[in-house]
Design a protein around this ligand. Structure first.
Ligand SMILES: Nc1ncnc2c1ncn2[C@@H]1O[C@H](COP(=O)(O)OP(=O)(O)OP(=O)(O)O)[C@@H](O)[C@H]1O
Length: 620
């Protein structure tokens, strides 16, 4: 039997084995736009790009399935178009038939109604012809059968290919699903990255805006820096001009300092000459007012003739009994100044302050208050309450004011203070009442008068000195049972030493402020007070003797007759300025003591001291 050849058109290309990549997809399963690409019959072998997969992913599955079904049907149809090359009449499209779930090409049926010329009718008796005709028919049938078998084989191959396609499609579907899953994951990642990108963008924007503002600040700083550099240059210029001016001014200042120093020296000399002209021993008389508790007391008749002359009168009987100038029983006394009861502490200090200047200038100054008990000595030296500070507190304040003033022209001052009490001719250290050491007065031409073992405190401020003054007063009070009685019976010496240094020049001056014991006579004292009074009178009369000797310019001045005069030797000698307050109580009952005090003071007033300045040179 002649073998039937399968037409080329009916053959199918072998299907490439299914491998994940490259993916072999039947063109029919691809969406239209993908499938439109050049394809071979039925199948397309090509690599699936990401965009194809994306298109696949975005195409609904139902649509793909429908399209796939359509294409399979088309494939089913196309291979069934079997052409017979034996008989063109037999060539026709054979529709596929469904066998079970598969569609296969139906067996080809030989056309019976072919439009060919009918063979001539064979007579019934022509068996040979009829046999040949039958053979011909048989041959045709055999050929048809063979073709149908071939078609069946082709259809079976196609079916198997389709099955493979289907499996392949399933695999592609899986790959597609995986790709879709991975795509969705990637898309989520892309979204996440997008959000990160947007936050990074925001950060970038904020950093950028900060950067821009920093840039503007930087620019402003640069501008400011340039401005400052310009100002600095101007200041440098000004500074150099000022330095030049400064040099000129320093030269001028030096010149002025020299001038000031020369003027200061001249002032010191003139000041001391004026003080000398006023008297080396000056006597001020101060009459205290009666207190509110003393309004009943009869007063003396005191007449203030001038600011340095007073007249006092008690009775006519006393006329010619006094050493003062008498006129109708009136005694007249002339002092350097008479302070009436109304005079304030400030008025009194105004006169004293000139002597403090002398102490700063290197002189020894002695101020003492003389008078009977209750005449106002302590009030004058120490003061009453805070509103009426006496000579000592005011002196302390003035000293420190002057020190500050002198500092400006190059002077450096140091201040030292000591406080002692002479009671019954023995000395007590008021800054150390437990001081059992022997306190002995020594005199040295160079150093002046000193007391051995006496506490001497350096002082740096007025407050410190005020505290020492009150501490000394306190010690004076606690040492005895009856302060008022005791205070009348002892001499208190406050000594402030001032050392001024300017270059090689050193001035050492001192201020001795003495609150003397009451000057009442022994007659008016009781027997108990007699010893005290004798001692007081001894020291006061020694003071008078020293004054007289000084007045007479005696070779020997009896300083050593009492502790008081010995202690005040350097303040009463030729190298000092002395101011004596004679304090007077204004009462009739005190008249005799008043007259005695006034006489004593008048005697002192006549003393003329020979002055010698305590100037020394440290070097050369
Ligand atoms: N100028 C004055 N103005 C007002 N009161 C004064 C004045 N002088 C003294 N007094 C007052 O008179 C009283 C006696 O004065 P003060 O104690 O100073 O006398 P004194 O001479 O120091 O006595 P004593 O020798 O006992 O110490 C005190 O109360 C004092 O305050």
């Amino acid at each position: 039997m002649e073998k039937t050849r399968i037409p080329l058109s009916a053959r199918r290309k072998p299907i490439t084995p299914n491998v994940p990549h490259p993916v072999v997809v039947p063109s029919t399963n691809l969406p239209n736009n993908v499938a439109q690409r050049p394809a071979r019959r039925g199948l397309v072998r090509r690599s699936i790009s990401c965009s194809d997969l994306r298109t696949l992913a975005t195409t609904p599955l139902s649509r793909l399935n429908a399209q796939s079904t359509r294409n399979v049907n088309e494939l089913d149809r196309k291979p069934m178009c079997v052409r017979s090359n034996l008989n063109p009449i037999q060539e026709k499209v054979v529709p596929s038939v469904k066998v079970g779930t598969k569609r296969v090409a139906p067996p080809t049926v030989a056309p019976t109604n072919a439009k060919v010329s009918r063979p001539a009718k064979i007579p019934p008796y022509d068996y040979k012809a009829r046999f040949n005709s039958l053979l011909e028919k048989h041959k045709i049938l055999q050929q048809t059968s063979s073709e149908r078998e071939t078609a069946l084989i082709v259809a079976t191959e196609q079916l198997s290919a389709l099955q493979k396609d289907s499996e392949h499609l399933k695999e592609i579907q899986n790959i597609y699903n995986q790709s879709k899953q991975s795509f969705m994951e990637n898309e989520a990642k892309v979204k996440e990255l997008d959000s990160k990108l947007s936050s990074v963008q925001q950060n970038f924007n904020s950093v950028n805006s900060s950067y821009l503002s920093l840039v503007s600040v930087h620019d402003a700083i640069i501008r400011e820096k340039e401005k400052l550099i310009r100002e600095k240059n101007m200041l440098v210029q000004e500074l150099s001009e000022m330095q030049q001016t400064n040099r000129t001014q320093q030269e001028l200042l030096l010149f002025h300092k020299t001038m000031i120093q020369e003027h200061e020296d001249a002032r010191r000399i003139m000041h001391n000459q004026i003080q000398d002209l006023k008297g080396t021993i000056r006597v001020f008389c101060r009459i205290r007012p009666p207190l509110s508790t003393e309004q009943d007391k009869m007063l003396c008749n005191i007449i203030y003739v001038d600011d340095d002359v007073l007249e006092i009168r008690k009775t006519k009987e006393l006329t010619n009994n006094c050493s003062g100038r008498t006129t109708d029983g009136t005694l007249e006394f002339v002092f350097d100044k008479v302070f009436q009861p109304e005079a304030s502490q400030m008025d009194v200090f105004k006169e004293l302050s000139q002597l403090i200047q002398s102490a700063m200038d290197g002189y020894h100054v002695c101020v003492f208050a003389y008078g009977q008990t209750g005449s106002g000595k302590t009030y004058t030296m120490q003061g009453g309450d805070y509103s009426s500070p006496g000579m000592i507190p005011q002196t302390v304040d003035l000293i420190f004011k002057l020190i500050a003033k002198y500092q400006q022209i190059g002077w450096i001052y140091t201040v030292e203070a000591s406080f002692l009490e002479i009671y019954n001719e023995s000395i007590r250290d008021l800054l150390n009442t437990h001081n059992k050491e022997h306190l002995e007065i020594r005199f040295n031409e160079g150093k002046g008068t000193t007391v051995t073992n006496l506490t001497i405190k350096p002082v740096h401020s007025p407050q410190e000195l005020h505290s020492l003054v009150s501490y000394a007063n306190q010690n004076r009070a606690v040492a005895v049972t009856n302060y008022n009685e005791h205070s009348s019976r002892s001499h208190v010496v406050t000594k402030i030493t001032l050392t001024g240094i300017h270059g090689n020049t050193v001035y050492i001056g001192s201020l001795s402020l003495v609150d003397l014991a009451g000057s009442e006579s022994a007659k008016s004292s009781t027997s108990e007070r007699l010893t005290e009074t004798k001692n007081i009178n001894k020291s006061l009369s020694a003071l008078g003797s020293v004054m007289t000797a000084l007045q007479n310019k005696d070779n020997h001045i009896p300083y050593r007759n009492s502790k008081l005069t010995y202690l005040l030797q350097s303040s009463l000698g030729g190298n000092s300025k002395t101011l004596m307050f004679v304090n007077i109580a204004p009462f009739h009952e005190c008249y005799n003591e008043t007259i005695n005090a006034l006489r004593f003071a008048s005697k002192v007033k006549e003393v003329k001291l020979m002055m010698k300045k305590n100037k020394s040179l440290l070097r050369n």
